[in-house]
Design a protein around this ligand. Structure first.
Ligand code: ZN
Length: 665
């Protein structure tokens, strides 16, 4: 599993329900199926200089102009389907209160959320809850024209059932609905093509990162490159138009160079320029405003080659970045004082300065569902030679936390008022700090013994590595050093983080697992590994932490926080040993014993209690609206943000103003 790229969930975030200061900002916007739509605030935007505001605005336009690309990448019928649905939605002449229209509206909202007809997370096709007959008749009555080919794609469960098929033993290309390969292309043909075009230069290009493979009339494989004048040209042309405006107001030469390379890459599709862009982008460290814009992550291509279009515009959160700087500056102290064996410590350790950013616009594969961190570029040779940027996105985390306030989660699962109060006060703070420790010093700590390869732990590498970074963070969360550094106010605060980790790892994260299934995702495995190992290794006479039953419900109880910290430290030493020695057998034993399997009775109970709360497991966002003020000469004098637009209004507006691609590409 890839460690870089967009970070979908880190550390303590999962389903936490912490509270920060109450504000009047309306965080919750809409809820349907398993999805909840939130709004995020953009604190600090008004304090940016006019030039920086313009830069954010231009980059935001460049972000929105690519919207149609993702719909088409996710499936070749998606644009046709979305437009037919929107047209019917806008022109429907009858009552909007009728059951079938409501079902139709929910379906459209879901299509917008998924940027297509497959669930954004499970990748399974979701079916309408209205009939094909109703849809056909309604379109006729509303005068909506559509391509009849969309009907089986929408309504037949056997047509294009999976967006990205990863099931071993099948033709992954032919059975995936994603549009990275044209009709009739097989996995063997695609792989043969990539093989024949492999690039073995010392600075490798990402063959196929920005293209679709199709079969021509002669049955040969052809590459269609995403570029101005090529595939997705009309959208990329608009992206380039706004990037050029951004170039004019860029903050310094470094940033100018990066934008220039990105423009040239979009214009030519030449992947060498993409490499040059990545290098320039990584070197651009001083600008306040930053962005991702382009074909980036490769998870959605069943062969993991072609990038999915995404964009995120952001600016540095100066206050929070100071916090990660402080942690990073103390990296050597953390390394020297950790409970791991001396032989496994780095003599000289460098902390990573994780930047904390404020998201200002989300688009493509970052919208509406979005990552909470970014770690780019993905090319390992660029990371090695030029470094990388790792950021966490504070305002999105804050929105999740605010929206979770009072949703009943902590009332249901936390054992008593005392821990709830502690959590309300310090939970968010601990979550932020734990993430910072995990990212800034956790991953970078420790060393491998001579001769141990980086992939010695094979399929368990991600789980063990995430556990190592998490434990490093947990161990230090309870260290007086953090109070001394001013990062925590007192020696009670860390307890909120400890309780949350144990409750989440041993119990509540199971709400994301279907009944009867095991845990697969590396972060979730690592969290359960830690919690279950601790529970299995407590003092049997006086358990430091335990799960108790009360009125038929199970709760986590911590009896001794200092003792819990000692256990975290012991496990950290073991996990560091496994990593440093490349001890595959022990890694496998640990993962199998603690990380994968789920107690079926506890799982069923947790799912039932969670269901009773009626919460949506997946969240996404609406963006703010950028309102530009100009003088009589048309020059921008200010940019203001508006936070009142609803979910439906936003998507209808985007479809009206940023519809850059034809139905068939
Ligand atoms: Zn990590």
């Amino acid at each position: 599993m890839k460690k870089y790229g967009i970070i979908l969930c880190t550390a303590l975030l999962a389903l936490c329900a912490c509270e920060k200061k109450a504000t009047k900002f309306q965080y919750t916007v809409d809820k349907f199926y398993d999805l909840e739509i939130l709004r995020y605030d953009v604190p600090g935007f008004d304090e940016l200089s006019l030039q920086q505001k313009q830069l954010v605005y231009y980059l935001s336009e460049a972000a929105l102009q690519g919207r149609d690309i993702l719909f088409d990448q996710n499936g070749r019928y998606n644009l046709r389907i979305r437009r037919a649905l929107e047209s019917l939605y806008t022109n429907y002449p009858y009552s909007r209160e009728a059951e079938e229209f409501k079902a139709f509206e929910r379906y459209l909202k879901r299509v917008w959320f998924s940027n297509g007809i497959h669930h954004h997370y499970s990748e399974d096709k979701f079916l309408p809850e209205f009939s094909q007959e109703w849809f056909v008749a309604a379109c006729e009555q509303a005068g909506v024209e559509y391509d009849a080919a969309i009907l089986p794609v929408m309504f037949d469960p056997n047509v294009m059932p999976k967006r990205t098929n990863q099931a071993a033993g099948q033709d992954l290309v032919a059975t995936s609905a994603g549009n990275y390969y044209g009709e009739g292309v097989t996995q063997a043909e695609a792989e043969a093509w990539y093989d024949a075009h492999k690039d073995n230069s010392p600075e490798p290009k990402w063959i196929g990162l920005n293209s679709q493979l199709v079969k021509n009339e002669k049955g040969e494989i052809e590459e269609r490159v995403y570029k101005v004048g090529g595939l997705y040209g009309p959208a990329l042309e608009k992206v380039v138009y706004w990037l050029k405006k951004a170039y004019e107001v860029a903050e310094d030469d470094e940033q100018k160079l990066a934008i220039e390379k990105m423009i040239a890459f979009n214009e030519t599709g030449d992947l060498r320029l993409f490499n040059e862009y990545c290098i320039a982008w990584v070197r651009d460290l001083n600008s306040r405003v930053d962005y991702v814009n382009g074909f980036t992550e490769t998870y959605s291509d069943p062969l993991g080659i072609t990038g999915t279009w995404e964009s995120m515009v952001n600016f540095k959160d100066l206050e929070a970045t100071k916090r990660t700087q402080l942690i990073s500056n103390n990296a050597q102290w953390f390394e020297d004082n950790s409970p791991t064996a001396k032989a496994y410590k780095k003599e000289e350790v460098k902390g990573v300065t994780a930047k904390v950013i404020t998201a200002a616009m989300l688009a493509g594969d970052c919208y509406p569902a979005t990552p909470i961190g970014i770690n780019l570029p993905n090319a390992s040779w660029i990371r090695k030679e030029y470094g990388s940027k790792s950021v966490t996105i504070d305002n999105l985390m804050h929105a999740y936390n605010e929206a979770a306030k009072g949703n009943g989660f902590n009332e249901e699962f936390m054992i008593d008022d005392e821990i709830r109060e502690l959590y309300n006060q310090y939970g968010a703070m601990c979550g932020d700090l734990h993430t910072d420790l995990h990212e800034c010093v956790g991953h970078g700590s420790g060393k491998l013994m001579p001769g141990v390869g980086k992939d010695a732990l094979k399929e368990h590498a991600s789980t063990i590595e995430e556990a190592r970074a998490d434990l490093f963070g947990l161990y230090y969360l309870g260290d007086p050093k953090l109070v001394e550094l001013g990062l925590l106010p007192n020696m009670d605060a860390y307890k909120a983080g400890y309780y949350q980790q144990m409750m989440n790892g041993a119990m509540t994260q199971l709400v994301r697992i279907e009944e009867g299934k095991d845990i697969e995702e590396a972060h979730m495995r690592n969290r359960q590994l830690i919690a279950n190992w601790v529970l299995a290794n407590v003092d049997p006479k006086q358990p430091e932490v335990e799960i108790i039953e009360r009125d038929g419900k199970h709760y986590l109880r911590v009896n001794d926080y200092e003792g819990l910290r000692t256990l975290y430290g012991q496990l950290l030493a073991i996990i560091q040993g496994i990593t440093s020695e490349g001890d595959y057998e022990t890694a496998k034993d640990f993962v199998e014993a603690y990380a994968v399997r789920v107690n079926p009775d506890l799982h069923r109970e947790i799912l039932e209690r969670y269901k009773g709360l009626n919460l949506a497991p997946y969240k996404g966002f609406v963006n703010p609206v950028y309102k530009v003020k100009t003088n009589k000469d048309g020059q921008i004098t200010d940019v203001k943000l508006d936070f009142t637009e609803g979910y439906i209004e936003q998507h209808l507006r985007y479809s009206r103003d940023y519809s850059n691609l034809p139905d068939v590409n």
